[in-house]
Design a protein around this ligand. Structure first.
Ligand SMILES: Nc1ncnc2c1ncn2[C@@H]1O[C@H](COP(=O)(O)OP(=O)(O)OP(=O)(O)O)[C@@H](O)[C@H]1O
Length: 605
């Protein structure tokens, strides 16, 4: 089923349920249960953004629901604001609290968020009991009125409120769908799967996780606000720890990361407690047992189970044959930057030192990389090659010294991707669960102009940008010979293909300087020849390449300049031939055999 068809069917189906339910139910009590289901599904859809996309857990979602409910009750009792404000302000309030809670927490480790949210839920609930002047204490707030539709106009009716709640549920479905397909959805997943690679693409992990948490809280806040209008009374009992567990269960049982999973989870966990009302005292036990069963037997949830069965039927075993790399005639002019002027060095490294405790990994290192050249770095294991790459790309802060990129000082605090530095990793760092195509598209994140509102509403600007991203990503995949693998998950690709994909993703940044950390490691001879041609082709297109490699044949075949490191110190730096003649290099790498013949072979097509 195509993406667009699935979206249309899902949203039309949900809208049909909202419209048909008043006719189908036997009494107002049943309609009340349906309404609560819409609210729970809204919370679960929001929570899925956190759990399913970002891989983080919240056991305090009921706390945001409570904040939304109290905020709406206070807005109604004190200011009597119209509907739109009466829902969006509580949602924004919940999101702001979530952001304040998450930002310092997710910086340390995502796991701590789960712990913090438990405490948060407890604090909100006891705050609602203790802060009597604001919340009415244990008695709660009574007499919440249905809000005016707009200022000065008549109030919403109970029937009207039902349709508003239904519309918010359908809206939550559409918004989360749009979000999943946007660069934000990709960024959430990217950070969950490889924080390191996400950073290299200019995606800020802490900000990304905070955003996902704030969004999930906004959905809970909006649902809580609507609950206050529905119930016309808010008390601390409405949002306990058990409710938070229930929301999390809805997402996990339904299928975290799937689109419709949270809705099915919400339906199940709304109907089950109603059906087994006589067993109410077993509820806590029941939720615990369900969670354990879900995690052990259906870790991907009900919809996840269905999805993987469909995928098994659909994905036939495929040939592993790739196209040539670099593919000829692929136009990358709108992706790669203009050819640099030759007079300013691409990189100028002055007196850079990196220390780890007592160990000096890089010692007062200075060097230059010419614009538009291919520059090799060699040295024995532990010489400091990767450290040099890490310090240039901003992963390590230099203990001293400075680095300039095309004459501009690099900020050691970040922004390296935006400045034009892209890199690959010694052990490939792909986003394993994302398709090859989405891995490359993640590289466009930082350069994107469409904002969060564009993404949520899938604005014309977003649609235009998606089209352009898709086209550019497909060309990059074609360039590295992976056109036939666009839809394959990165983790399912053979190793050599993964190396190519990582280079394609780095190129998506449109880098002025590409840093390759042992790109030939694990490749076959034929693949190394292809890699050599690709590097030369990139240099011909104006990209400066800094290549750390143990395959000296490849180094001498493609590099104009070679720098030799040992024990974190510069041994020599000069033209390739000079390095080949250097007795220290010959002793360490080349033995007595001349390497020029191998070198020549490596770049011949
Ligand atoms: N994050 C770190 N913490 C502590 N020590 C580190 C760290 N990164 C590197 N080192 C140490 O710094 C030294 C240089 O390591 P580096 O990885 O840069 O060497 P390399 O030349 O890339 O080696 P290889 O060819 O084996 O990859 C080594 O002694 C290494 O153990």
């Amino acid at each position: 089923m195509s993406d667009a068809l699935k979206t249309t069917l899902g949203i039309a189906g949900a809208a049909a349920v909202v419209l048909a339910a008043p006719q189908l139910v036997a009494n107002p009590y049943q309609l009340g249960i349906v309404t609560i289901f819409f609210l729970s599904a809204t919370v679960a859809l929001g929570l899925n953004v956190l759990v399913g996309f970002s891989g983080l857990f919240s056991l305090g979602q009921a706390g945001f629901y409570g904040i939304g409910a109290y905020a709406a009750a206070l807005i109604s009792l004190r200011y009597d604001l119209p509907l739109a404000l009466g829902v969006t302000l509580p949602a924004a309030g919940a999101a702001a609290v979530a952001a304040a809670l998450a930002y310092p927490t997710v910086r340390v480790r995502g796991f701590y968020l789960a712990v913090i949210t438990i405490a948060f839920g407890v604090v909100v609930q006891s705050g609602a009991v203790e802060w009597v002047s604001l919340t009415g204490g244990p008695m709660g707030l009574i007499g919440v009125k249905l809000p005016p539709i707009v200022w000065g106009l008549e109030r919403l009716t109970p029937t009207g409120l039902y349709y508003v709640i239904g519309a918010v549920f359908v809206g939550a479905l559409a918004l989360t769908r749009n979000l999943a397909r946007s660069r934000y959805g990709r960024a959430f997943r990217a950070v969950a799967q490889s924080e390191t690679a996400a950073r290299a693409l200019g995606i800020d992990p802490a900000a990304t996780r905070t955003l996902s948490f704030a969004l999930s809280a906004a959905f809970a806040g909006a649902a809580g606000a609507l609950y206050a209008y529905l119930n016309q009374y808010v008390s601390p009992e409405t949002f306990g720890f058990l409710d938070s567990v229930r929301y999390l269960l809805m997402v996990i049982i339904g299928g975290a990361g799937t689109w419709l999973g949270p809705v099915f989870g919400a339906a199940l966990l709304t109907v089950l407690p109603e059906a087994f009302q006589s067993l109410a005292e077993w509820q806590t036990f029941g939720y615990g047992a369900l969670l354990a069963i879900a995690i052990f037997f259906v870790p991907n949830g009900l919809v996840g189970l269905f999805d993987s069965a469909v995928r098994r039927l659909r994905d036939r075993p495929r040939a592993l044959e790739t196209g040539p790399w670099p593919a000829e005639g692929v136009d990358l002019t709108d992706i790669l930057p203009a050819r640099p002027a030759a007079d300013v060095p691409a990189l100028e490294i002055r007196g850079v030192g990196v220390r780890f405790g007592g160990l000096t990994a890089l010692d007062n290192f200075s060097g230059e990389v010419r614009a538009g050249s291919v520059h090799g770095i060699i040295g024995p294991n532990g010489a400091g090659k990767s450290t040099l790459l890490n310090v240039i790309s901003g992963f390590y802060r230099p203990s001293e010294g400075a680095i300039r990129l095309f004459g501009e000082p690099l900020d050691p605090n970040g922004g390296h991707a935006r400045a034009g530095l892209a890199r690959t990793f010694q052990n490939t760092e792909l986003f394993g669960d994302l398709s090859a195509l989405d891995n490359v598209r993640a590289g466009f994140h930082d350069g994107s102009r469409a904002n969060l509102i564009d993404a949520l509403l899938r604005s014309p600007r977003q649609i235009r940008e998606d089209r352009s991203d898709l086209d550019r990503a497909r060309r990059l995949l074609a360039y590295v010979g992976l056109s036939d693998f666009a839809d394959v998950r990165a983790s399912h690709l053979p190793f050599g293909h993964q190396r190519r994909l990582e280079i394609a993703r780095a190129l998506a940044l449109g880098p002025r300087v590409l840093l390759l950390d042992e790109p030939a490691a694990g490749l076959t001879h034929a693949e190394i020849l292809g890699l050599g041609r690709l590097i030369r082709d990139l240099a011909a297109r104006g990209v400066t390449v800094l290549l750390v490699e143990h395959h000296v044949d490849l180094i001498f075949a493609v590099c104009e300049q070679v720098t030799v490191l040992d024990y974190g110190k510069l041994v020599m730096s000069g033209a390739g031939e000079e390095a080949q003649r250097d007795p220290r290099v010959r002793a360490a790498y080349l033995g007595a055999a001349p390497v020029v013949e191998h070198a020549a072979e490596a770049v011949q097509p």
